[in-house]
Design a protein around this ligand. Structure first.
Ligand code: SAM
Length: 443
């Protein structure tokens, strides 16, 4: 829409832009087209537009012929006007983008997010859509320029802070271009910028709950030395700072996101356990699932020796199924979606004992009165040479996810899961669907 069209359309709708909702409408069509083209969309994508307003970006998204387009607009007047103007080839959610149900966005293809965001809500919208539970795989946003500089900031600068560390830990952020106030109506008082987020391919290994706590503590008193804020680390800080050539008197702003991850890894109480898990022993079995010997976990996996594991599917009273996304640092199927709980039997352990231990270790479930066995899968290359027993139980959550085991997890509708597995099978562990079918069909 040109400036003239924006003005006359607002007049026709008898609408005044609402300042408190950050309603500054983009009227530079070249910019709108360019922003959409930066996503290189195709017909398999599910595009989610946040704050479509009068549809400056939406019209190009409709033309791009994507698999599915969902728009999230808080102002009901604009949401209805958008459908009247552009038809109903897209899905409209009238909601606050900072609180929208992320789970409802799964299962329609790779999620690409775009938006010329309202300034007042940018941080909360970013935190929601960059969270571990977000389905977003790439995001492009117009935001206030000052915030864009803070997001891409590097250590030792005034702009570098808590938000940059959190987000840069998992996301690569590119500052694409500046936007002057003159491309919006009404003109905002400040400059804007367009930024692009893509997931980091390699994320440093650490307990991310502790990571967030330590970063928060560090920046809670920016002027104070980090070692004082950390308290007694039993020499970890001194050794870490010496090895990484960081001043022992450094402040929070002197450490990069990778430094924080490394520091947290060394401080993590999970560290010894993680190391122990790698020297854990499994029973090695023959093709009749009879124990023949025991062997360290790493050897079992490296040599593809048959062994045993459990999968557990948890359903809640509403009939939804809890799926977990495996930790990014698991040795098998890292970052894949999987059964509620999945794990190996340790040497000498029975299937049900292992199932109860895994419930405790992965989701913090200590009370589980009823655990029903639903079937088993024979060892094959598809199961990673595991003889799997599949269990079912009912639990309501919320669960305490163990940071080194599980990246994230949530209760999903069966329909969402089926659609999702069909569209993006590569996002699931290879045995998930068979385990899920065993439970659902024997229900
Ligand atoms: N995308 C349009 C454009 O580029 O012209 C409008 C951008 S305008 C800066 C921000 C839009 O976000 C407005 O339509 C406003 O109503 C909407 N909005 C404000 N707060 C919102 C929120 N919390 N959730 C979703 N939309 C919101």
């Amino acid at each position: 829409m040109t400036l003239g069209e924006v003005r006359s359309y607002l007049k026709e709708l008898a609408l005044e832009p609402i300042k408190s909702l950050g309603q500054n409408f983009l009227h530079d069509q070249n910019l709108a087209r360019w922003m959409v083209s930066e996503l290189s969309l195709d017909c398999r994508d599910h595009v989610v537009e946040l704050g479509p307003g009068l549809g400056a970006l939406t019209e190009y998204l409709v033309q791009a012929g994507v698999g599915r387009l969902t728009v999230v607009e808080k102002d009901g007047r604009l949401a209805s006007a958008l459908v009247r103007r552009l038809g109903n080839s897209f899905h409209v959610i009238q909601a606050d983008a900072a609180r929208v149900d992320l789970l409802g966005l799964y299962g329609f293809g790779r999620v690409e997010v775009i938006g010329n965001l309202p300034y007042y809500a940018t941080s909360s919208i970013l935190m929601r859509f960059l969270d571990r539970l977000s389905p977003a795989t790439r995001l492009i946003f117009a935001v206030q320029r000052e915030l864009a500089h803070r997001l891409v900031a590097v250590p030792h600068t005034r702009e570098y802070g808590e938000m940059a560390v959190y987000i840069q830990h998992r996301w690569k952020i590119r500052f694409l271009r500046n936007l002057p106030p003159s491309v919006f109506y009404p003109k905002p008082k400040v400059d804007s910028a367009i930024i692009l987020f893509t997931p980091r391919k390699v994320i440093p290994f650490c307990d991310e709950v502790l990571f967030e706590r330590i970063v928060h503590r560090g920046f809670s008193e920016r002027r104070k030395q980090l070692r004082k804020l950390l308290g007694n680390t039993n020499g970890v800080w001194e050794k870490f700072s010496a090895e990484r050539k960081i001043s022992p008197l450094a402040r929070a702003e002197e450490l990069s996101p990778t430094d924080y991850a490394e520091l947290v890894f060394r401080l993590s109480p999970f560290h010894p356990q993680t190391v122990a898990a790698h020297v854990e022993e499994f029973d090695v079995v023959d093709f009749q699932n009879r124990v023949v010997t025991r062997s360290p976990c790493l050897k079992v996996h490296a040599k593809g020796l048959p062994h045993r594991s459990v999968h557990i599917l948890i359903q809640n009273r509403a009939g939804k199924w809890f799926l977990q996304k495996r930790s990014l640092w698991k040795d098998s199927n890292p970052g894949k979606w999987d059964s509620s709980v999945a794990g190996h039997l340790r040497a000498g352990e029975g299937y049900e004992t292992a199932a109860r231990r895994e419930l405790r270790e992965e989701l913090g479930i200590t009370e589980c009165n009823w655990l029903g066995k639903k079937g088993s899968l024979q060892a094959s290359s598809e199961t990673g040479w595991e003889f799997i027993e599949v269990f079912y139980t009912q639990q309501e959550g919320p669960f305490t996810l163990m940071p080194m085991e599980t990246d994230t997890g949530a209760f999903f509708e069966e329909g969402t899961i089926r659609r999702w597995v069909q569209r993006e099978p590569e996002l699931f562990s290879p045995t998930f669907l068979q385990c899920f079918d065993l439970v659902v069909n024997n229900h």
